[in-house]
Structures are given as C-alpha cells and as structure tokens.
Design a protein around this ligand. Structure first.
Ligand code: C2E
Ligand code: MG
Ligand code: MG
Ligand code: MG
Length: 281
C-alpha cells in the first residue's frame, strides 16, 4: 500500500510544481505584453521637508493594473522582470510615463523633483544614461528634476555601479541610495564614491519614536549620514512621533503614510495644489 501512495503523492507534487511553473510562465507573458502595450502606471509618493512639511519631491512607484481594477505590487513583478529580461523595456516605459506626468507636475511646481527607481541591471552599463540623455531634452525636462534611486543590493558590480553613478551625477542627476542599511555591500563604497542622499529604510524607522528605539540602530544610521555630509530622507514615516524624533535628530526629509500614500498623478496634482495653499496660509 505504501508504494502506490508514495507514487501518488509524488505525482501530485509534480502536478502542483507544473502548475506553479505554468502560472509563473503565463505571468511573465502577461507582464511582457503589459510592457509592450504600455499598460503600467506610475504612482507618486510625496517627499516632504520635515521642518516646513512642504512637499519637495516625489518618488515614482510603478504599478501593474489588472482587469478587475486591482494593482499588482512592484515587489511581485519587478523581480519577475529582472529574471526574464524585461527590466530594460520596463525601465524605459517607466521613464516615458514619468516624463509625461512631469510635464504637468512641473507646471504647478517647477522646483519639484521626481525620483525613479533603477534596477541592478540599469546600473551595470551606460545604456540608461544614453536613454536619459535622449529622452529628457525631448521632454523638456532638466536633469536636476529627475533623481535616481539606487539600492546597495542593486550593485551587481560595485565598480560599474560607481562608474554609472558618477556619470549620472555628472549629467546633473541627484543620486539617492535607497533602502540604506539593508544592503550587503558594506559601507566602504560610500568612501570611494559620491552620492547625494541616503534614504533610510523603513525597517529602521519603524522603531523610532517608541520605547524600542533605545535599542535601535536608527540613531547610528542617521549619524553615518551626517558624518558623510549627506542629506537624509527617512522612508516609511507613519506617525507624528517618528517625524518629531527624526527632525530632532537632524533628518531633513521624510516620506511615508503620515505625509501621503503613493497616488496616481492626478491625485498628486491635487495634493500639490493643497500643499501650495498650506504655504500661502
Ligand atoms: P522602495 O523604492 O523602497 O519604495 C518604498 C516602498 O515603501 C513603496 O512600496 C511604498 O509604497 C512603501 N511605503 C512608503 N511609505 C510607507 C509607509 O509609511 N508605510 C508602509 N507600510 N509602506 C510605505 P511599493 O510601491 O510597493 O514598492 C516596492 C519596491 O518596488 C520599491 O521599494 C522599489 O524597490 C520597487 N519599485 C517600485 N517602483 C519601481 C520602478 O519603477 N522600477 C524599479 N526597478 N523598481 C521599482
Ligand atoms: Mg525607492
Ligand atoms: Mg526605498
Ligand atoms: Mg525601502
């Protein structure tokens, strides 16, 4: 009796595996199709100056809309794009969508910047630098208005990332190190090459402003930023207590649900209009 049962279980496992591979396979196909048909959308999350609470910029975050109105999160499909040769067309589409939205955003606030997230592959060669050099002038957008977010984990090779980041900065882009503190590359790279801003990862901000904060590494991460004379953006700020703590510790800017969730471009325009009212009142 055990032998047939074992075979049966083995078959069931194989069938489940096959279904999993199939669903992944069709998901890749659907993603490829969505990129080709330009069916991704961008959401924008405000980045604010902690002292004045005014919006100074926004992070562009990609979304994959589904038929029934839901959105697939980038945590799910960006890795899929990375593994299936779709990052370059995806990044190009993301840039195209951002440029289209920025035309209107900059009319309302010409001093604003929008940051784009790059994948490891984008940072490994000059290709995207060429794309930027071509597309931004075409869209009439100055390079200072588009910041670049690079994660430490995103350095496939630190030397080529250094070269690409150097060229992006030379072209006038600000470079933000995303998810700072969660990478595996160590801190030494920050002494050999220049960046503009550290974005402290949400996981460190979570404990800030609570009793657990005394045991937290957040203050030390902030100190590293100060020692390197870099600007700091705190990610994932959800409470007023966190905002107060950060400001008291010399962090200039914040991003998180306290100030605004990621929203479609039209909603972000309305947010900016309100932000302007705030400044006038
Ligand atoms: P990230 O660049 O670190 O983006 C911040 C993430 O934290 C966003 O998730 C944002 O919605 C979320 N977040 C911000 N504030 C809060 C908060 O107060 N509370 C909570 N719980 N979450 C908050 P999202 O949009 O799901 O993006 C996830 C990741 O996907 C991003 O992490 C980024 O690494 C990647 N990603 C997003 N858009 C793109 C893109 O256009 N290209 C590439 N290559 N990667 C992207
Ligand atoms: Mg980011
Ligand atoms: Mg981040
Ligand atoms: Mg993060």
């Amino acid at each position: 009796i055990w032998l047939p049962l074992g075979i049966l279980l083995g078959l069931a496992a194989a069938a489940a595996m096959l279904m999993f591979i199939r669903s992944r396979g069709s998901m890749v196909g659907q993603l490829r199709d969505a990129i080709r048909r330009k069916r991704l959308v961008m959401h924008y999350q405000p980045i604010v100056d902690l002292a004045s609470r005014r919006c100074i910029g926004a992070e562009a975050l990609v979304r994959w809309p589904q038929q029934h109105g839901t959105m697939i999160r980038p945590d799910v499909f960006v890795p899929l794009a990375e593994d299936n040769g779709l990052i370059q067309p995806m990044t190009d589409l993301v840039l195209e969508l951002i440029c289209a939205d920025m035309a209107t955003l900059l009319q309302l606030r010409s001093d604003l910047y929008v940051s784009i997230n790059l994948a490891a592959i984008d940072l490994s060669t000059d290709r995207f630098i060429q794309v930027l050099a071509h597309k931004l002038p075409q869209a009439g957008i100055e390079s200072a208005r588009l910041a670049i977010e690079a994660t430490e984990r995103g350095f496939m090779d630190v030397n080529s990332a250094q070269e690409v980041i150097g060229k992006l900065r030379a072209a006038g882009h600000k470079v933000l190190i995303d998810d700072f503190g969660t990478g595996y590359s160590g801190l030494s790279y920050l002494q050999t090459f220049q960046v503009d801003v550290l974005k402290i990862d949400k996981s460190f901000i979570d404990t800030v402003g609570t009793e657990a904060a005394t045991a937290s590494v957040a203050p030390h991460i902030v100190e590293i930023g100060h020692a390197l004379k870099l600007k700091i953006i705190a990610e994932g700020v959800e409470s007023e207590d966190q905002a107060q703590w950060l400001q008291a510790h010399g962090v200039q800017s914040g991003q998180g649900w306290l100030f605004g969730k990621p929203m479609p471009a039209a909603a972000f325009l309305a947010f900016l209009a309100q932000d302007r009212q705030k400044a006038l009142s």
